[in-house]
Design a protein around this ligand. Sequence first.
Ligand SMILES: NC(=O)c1ccc[n+]([C@@H]2O[C@H](COP(=O)([O-])OP(=O)(O)OC[C@H]3O[C@@H](n4cnc5c(N)ncnc54)[C@H](OP(=O)(O)O)[C@@H]3O)[C@@H](O)[C@H]2O)c1
Length: 250
Amino acid sequence: MKALITGATSGIGKCIAEKLSQRGWELILTGRNEEILAEMAERLGKCEIVAADLSQKSEIFKVYDFCRGKNVDMLVNNAGFGVFGRFSETDLDTEIDMLTVNITAVHILMKLFLREFREKDSGIILNVASAAAYLTGPLMASYYASKSYVLKLSAAAAEELRREGSKVKITVLCPGPVDTEFNNRAGVTFSMKPVSAEKTADCGLNAAFSGKLIAIPNLVTKLGVTGARFLSHKLTARLVYGMQERKKGV
Ligand SMILES: NC(=O)c1ccc[n+]([C@@H]2O[C@H](COP(=O)([O-])OP(=O)(O)OC[C@H]3O[C@@H](n4cnc5c(N)ncnc54)[C@H](OP(=O)(O)O)[C@@H]3O)[C@@H](O)[C@H]2O)c1
């Protein structure tokens, strides 16, 4: 069995790679950091690597082309990052890069692999969204919105597969705060106790192997996203603003 994992050089993606390798899977790992990719390939074995910057559309297709004809069984769309700040003030170029990684790369890879998977009537897609997908997120507005896209796209495509009796499975992993490099990269600190990348990876993989659509790693996050369904966008936005504000004084 073979998996392509994006964002495999750090955090949740790195843990997913290690766990799949322990289960005997062959891996294709991607990320920008070629040195870490090479170190992982040497350590894990049965591993191919392809360095790519997924904020560039051509590099997204480069990753797909690298995988062509290699009989991939599982796609893990995990690469992503967040931009913190008031929507009117955040840097437009950085935000467009984020939308390309968080949305466009997920969209393109999911579509192209789904076509292959449908043809052979087998395959697993694990998309890493976030609990943010359920919320309205002032001070990280476009990040929250990007994760909402991933959740809605995945759930819709999963229903299309279910209706046609396909054996292809889609899972969306929606963690709350996870202890990774994510916050450092977004320039913020945690306002809640994070769960480990290891627990998050286990939760996503278990759900993916059992064909569960949604995977949420801990009870507090599950309660939070369930509660949010009963609140208006306006009220959710007010609550999330307070939460986000505690991550960094703005
Ligand atoms: N940590 C959290 O609190 C949390 C909560 C909910 C959801 N998530 C989601 O979990 C996923 C993984 O994040 P993480 O928490 O594990 O953070 P992380 O430790 O910062 O890892 C992010 C990964 O994404 C890759 N990446 C970032 N920009 C990229 C680009 N332009 N091109 C290619 N790869 C890129 C990075 O690889 P390179 O640097 O090598 O390119 C890295 O491997 C993300 O989608 C994130 O939104 C995280």
